[in-house]
Design a protein. Structure first.
Length: 319
């Protein structure tokens, strides 16, 4: 049963608290008997709860209250659906609203498939234990929920998709500016074509941030966390995020794509167009991430550059 207490669950003793400024906190909570995963987003009014005063470690968490509400509404809706097989995400246990917004969910045993310091890279040792077909099926299960999404649900707001598209478009535009003068015209034409193809594609339910740190659990029972960007978008949004980040394991990457091609009538044009946009924005993102060590970052940028050249040759004749 979902509880809706009006105050912070004081009976829970926080373990580690991470703070980024006065408004954003994420913490793991252990009460001695069971484990939970807790996310708290503080509003402008400071919390008087003594358990939130430990400054903890600095991390860059950015979860606006409006996104938390959509995420929480999605998890609440998901919990009321009939469960077929393993759950997609830890169950929502309880939540509270203003002046301090927070929610509490079940703890999923097992590590994530990524690194907390870099959302781009898979932890390769953990990835090797996961079958590509298994992870592809978990991602596909999200899109298959589309017919059940209520028309009036907050996640269906087209402004959510448009805002994230605009950010990606900005990134890809910055990436174009960094290309050579000889390559830039062809890349710009392909970008315009790719945006048109993506915009015209049918919309399905997607997680929106299918990064390795958001995929957690044991290899046999993977779950997905952090749904603040859940929305309606084209059906390869999450698959592309997984595929692109597995570039260090080409065999695994190829097997993943083969699994995706089996789910429905594969739209290669949509896949290539969306991958081109993702490659451009990812290259720019990686170039700006000076926190990453060069031995990880530079090969990823080079991979994106080579992939972009290949995609230009495939898209340019139609641009």
């Amino acid at each position: 049963m979902l509880l809706k207490p009006t105050s912070w669950p004081s009976h829970l003793v926080p373990g580690t608290i991470y703070r980024d400024g006065p408004r954003f906190i994420v913490t793991s909570v252990h009460d001695g008997a069971s484990s939970y995963l807790l996310k708290q987003v503080k509003l402008d009014t400071p919390s008087t709860d003594p358990s939130t005063k430990n400054p903890g470690a600095e991390i860059s968490i950015r979860t606006p209250y409006s996104e938390l509400r959509v995420e929480r509404a999605f998890m609440d809706w998901l919990d009321h659906l009939p469960r077929l097989g393993e759950p997609l995400t830890p169950r929502l246990i309880s939540y509270g609203d203003e002046p301090t917004a927070w929610y509490l969910r079940d703890y999923a045993p097992g590590p994530s498939l990524g690194y907390s310091a870099s959302p781009f890279f898979f932890n390769l040792a953990r990835l090797e234990r996961v079958k590509p077909t298994q992870l592809a099926a978990r991602v596909q299960a999200i899109t298959e929920l589309t017919p059940q999404v209520p028309a009036a649900h907050p996640l269906t707001n087209p402004n959510r998709r448009q805002a994230l598209w605009q950010q990606a478009n900005d990134y890809s535009a910055h990436a174009l500016a960094c290309l050579s003068a000889t390559l830039r015209p062809a890349a710009a034409a392909c970008r315009s074509l790719a945006i048109d193809i993506r915009t015209a594609a049918p919309q399905t339910l997607v997680h929106g941030e299918m990064y390795p740190p958001h995929i957690i659990g044991k290899p046999s029972s993977l779950m997905v966390i952090d749904w603040e960007n859940v929305r309606l978008d084209h059906r390869y949004t999450d698959h592309l995020a997984v595929w692109l980040r597995a570039f260090e394991r080409p065999d695994w990457q190829n097997a993943y794509l083969a699994a995706v091609q089996q789910f429905d009538s594969f739209d290669r044009r949509l896949w290539e167009a969306s991958l081109f946009l993702s490659t451009l924005s990812t290259a720019y993102y990686l170039a700006e991430q000076d926190r990453m060590t060069p031995d990880r970052r530079l090969p990823a940028i080079q991979y994106c550059h080579n992939l972009m050249l290949r995609l230009i040759s495939q898209l340019a004749p139609h641009a």
